[in-house]
Design a protein around this ligand. Sequence first.
Ligand SMILES: [Zn+2]
Length: 143
Amino acid sequence: MLTITSIKKGIVIDHIKAGTGIKIFHNLNLDKADYKVALIMNVPSKKMGKKDIIKIENEIDIDYAVLGLIDPNITVNIIEDEKITEKRNLQLPERVVNIIKCKNPRCITSVEKYVNHEFYLSNKSKGEYRCIYCDEVYSVQEN
Ligand SMILES: [Zn+2]
């Protein structure tokens, strides 16, 4: 396990599936950060074989729904005074609004620009979502 003591106050995102870290890094706009950030890839992990870790030396607002969609198995550690003060396990959100888009061209969200793209979790184990308007399936694994 890598030490987290290099972070005084901030966030460590752990147990990211190897190869997914870069996606989260960009999603949180960390490539544009003016504070200390680190993306560590392919860290050996007993549980996962290999994993990615992101360290952020700053308090940032994290959209847990978006993170959960990208990788529901990650852990978010909140660090204060070099210690973990909070651990959050993510999961697939029950509902997602305006994160994924319905691909059905006949769906009202495709026709009406001002309607929210809203999906509900229809199958947790498969990671399947459905559009609340037309039932179009969105699969997390394939995206
Ligand atoms: Zn739809």
